[in-house]
Design a protein around this ligand. Structure first.
Ligand code: SAM
Length: 307
């Protein structure tokens, strides 16, 4: 590429990133891209995953929500038989809600750019998992306009109980939510320099988590740290999820460290990850009462926080 064409290409790329993702996120992505090309494959923390990063037998990939949910019996409560009819019903509930949120999306002043919103099949999976598993305590990180919060809150409402705690670094989030939806919602804003300790504090007084969804900063360190910290607070049968799991190797490495297989839904431009609960016969840590023995052992030896 000659000098002028290089400059034109650079300017077009800047313009594309800033228009699509806004200044802060666009700069971060450009920096990542630069670091990736400058460092080759040396830095695992800076790289996005390739299929070869998933050790054979540890991950299953799906392009259909039905296939994913019907293939993993461990995602269903013991008392419920997975069925296509039930998934179809949940899909039609989801579609009605989608019409409502799309209308709000078109008419409200959004605080965050549209690409931040969780996408169709990921929202459907989140909605269906909340409806199927009926969690009492759900935590999500990353609210933006409130798309995922909207679906979680409606799923909890249809279940008849449950509360959503959302964690963000900004209080200017959730514009898609109405006042009545906020009744079962608590927003926790990370203060100060927001590091591991702040995040751990935001979880510290919550009841055991039945479901945790990561959708905040997808950089390797933060994505992995959030999932690890959440694991220390999970209920015995809790579920850890990640939107945009392919933005870094953080979620894959978290699953590896916790010895969990994963199921992923692929719907470009996004990949949604579910850390699969171990089979029901697998041992549960008898002391902590939940199921992340590797992480628990490592947290105990480091005084409670995982780095
Ligand atoms: C991808 S958007 C979330 C999209 C949202 N889940 C939805 O479905 O619309 C990312 C959000 O994460 C927040 N965020 C960025 N870094 C964060 C961090 N370190 N901890 C918590 N939230 C963070 C941003 O303020 C933004 O609201």
């Amino acid at each position: 590429m000659d000098g002028r064409r290089g400059i034109r290409w650079g300017l077009r790329s800047l313009d594309h990133h800033f228009r699509t993702y806004g200044f802060a996120e666009g700069s971060r992505l450009l920096l990542l891209r630069f670091a990736k090309s400058a460092s080759g494959t040396t830095y695992r923390r800076w790289r996005r995953p390739q299929f070869s990063d998933y050790p054979p037998g540890t991950a299953s990939f799906y392009t259909s929500y039905e296939d994913l949910l019907l293939s993993h019996r461990e995602l269903w409560p013991r008392s419920l038989r997975p069925s296509l009819e039930m998934l179809n019903e949940l899909r039609s509930e989801f579609r009605s809600l989608q019409r409502i949120v799309d209308e709000r999306h078109a008419t409200r002043k959004l605080s965050h750019p549209q690409p931040f919103d969780v996408k169709g099949i990921s929202s459907l999976l989140i909605y269906a998992l909340v409806r199927i598993r009926k969690p009492e305590t759900v935590v999500e990180t990353g609210v933006a306009n409130g798309m995922s919060s909207f679906f979680i809150l409606h799923a909890l409402r249809s279940n008849g109980s449950g509360k959503l705690y959302s964690i963000d670094i900004s209080s200017d989030v959730g514009v898609l939510l109405d006042d009545d939806e906020r009744a079962a919602w608590e927003l926790r804003v990370l203060s100060g320099r927001f590091g591991v300790a702040d995040f751990a504090r935001a979880l510290a007084d919550l009841p055991p988590l039945d479901m945790f969804l990561h959708d905040s900063d997808h950089s390797y360190v933060w994505q992995k740290m959030e999932c690890e910290q959440a694991s220390l607070r999970m209920a015995p049968d809790g579920l850890v999820l990640s939107d945009d799991m392919d933005w870094s190797l953080g979620f894959i490495d978290y699953c590896r460290a916790a010895n969990l297989k994963l199921a992923a839904s692929i719907a470009p431009p996004t990949m949604f990850g579910i850390a699969l609960p171990p089979s029901r016969r697998a041992a549960v840590d008898p002391v902590a009462g939940h199921r992340f023995p590797t992480l628990i052992a490592s947290a105990r030896s480091s005084g409670g926080h995982l780095s």
